[in-house]
Write a new protein. Structure first.
Ligand code: DX5
Ligand code: ZN
Length: 220
């Protein structure tokens, strides 16, 4: 919290016919993480990519892969992404009864473990997890699609999570995902966000590398 602001472009908004070129562009342009949105058509009403893509991406970039699992039944599927080379795997609290066990499984494979909550989920569900995980991913839109508007209650929810972390003497990365652009980035960074996910604001920009710099620097 309150360290250097990092950026994770989300490939959900990249050109899937030129995915390699888009990932190389942002990798060479200073991306700290590459955010990989996995959707199963059940947990969220959209279907995206899977472990084969993670494996292929791993071969073309040295930037760590931040895999965001928006899926039901993560107990079964987490290992697929760990084996494919994910550097961090984030599961949703809404999708499991035992997030702590999944954090342990992710750690056992040597990856960073993240927990995420949807905008309508009470932040208190993170109590008891913030001292076990490496990152907390706060959804600032309803998961499922890129290009949505930032939900304005997010900054206050980040403050709630920061308080939970302080109470637990924990210091996970606070990641924020959805509707992040040069205007909204300062709102979350001011509350303690460390890692900003941006899909459309990066890949739909005329110059994705300049867009990343703008988002990262917008609060300075
Ligand atoms: C939404 C995904 C996001 C998405 C963000 O469910 O988790 O990572 O790519 O896209 P933008 O930045 O366009 O809101
Ligand atoms: Zn995401």
């Amino acid at each position: 919290m309150f360290g250097k602001t990092c950026i994770a472009p989300s490939i959900l908004s990249a050109d899937f016919m030129n995915l390699g070129a888009d990932v190389r562009l942002v990798s060479e342009g200073g991306a700290d993480w590459i955010h990989v949105d996995v959707m199963d058509g059940h947990f969220v009403p959209n279907l995206t990519i899977g472990p084969a893509h993670v494996k292929a991406l791993k071969k073309i970039t040295d930037v760590p892969l931040d895999v965001h699992l928006m899926i039901d039944n993560p107990e079964v599927q987490v290992s697929w992404y760990l084996e494919a080379g994910a550097d961090s795997v984030t599961i949703h609290c809404e999708a499991t009864d035992d997030a702590a066990a999944l954090i342990d499984a992710i750690h056992a494979a040597g990856a960073k473990a993240g927990v995420s909550i949807n905008p309508e989920t009470d932040t208190s569900v993170l109590a008891g997890l913030v001292d076990k995980c490496d990152l907390v991913l706060m959804m600032s839109v309803h998961p499922g699609f890129g290009g949505q508007s930032f939900i304005e209650s997010t900054p206050e929810r980040i403050t709630q999570v920061v308080e939970l972390c302080k109470a637990a003497d924990a210091n996970p990365i606070i990641e924020v995902d959805g509707g992040i652009n040069a205007k909204t980035a300062p709102l979350v960074v001011a509350r303690g966000a460390d890692l900003l996910v941006a899909g459309s604001a990066v890949f739909k920009a005329a110059d994705p590398v300049a867009a990343m710099a703008q988002i990262r620097g917008a609060h300075e």
